[in-house]
Design a protein around this ligand. Sequence first.
Ligand SMILES: [Zn+2]
Length: 109
Amino acid sequence: MSEHTHNINPEEWKFEFALNTLAYASEKVMDPNYFIEEVYHDQDGDWQLFHNGGDAGTPPKLICMGCICEGDPSILKLYDMPKGWFAYRDRVDQAWTRSPYERQDDDSD
Ligand SMILES: [Zn+2]
């Protein structure tokens, strides 16, 4: 990804990683006709974001978190969400609801 800047107030950026950190995003996360419906913080530290309406099996794209938060500043509020948790909402104007989620893999033992 090429160098670029973000129009985000540094005081609002409370994530523990840099603005240009890449996250896994479903196809239409950056599409203004959709909104981000689910945000996962994986056990391995990765972040995954999914737009509403499903992604029809298309592979995720790598998009920088700074760009995602620029498009939807509500993501900034999820900075303290622990690994193994996800946040969801039914409408774009709803507050995020957080919940732990079950691991998909079974190598924990
Ligand atoms: Zn960016």
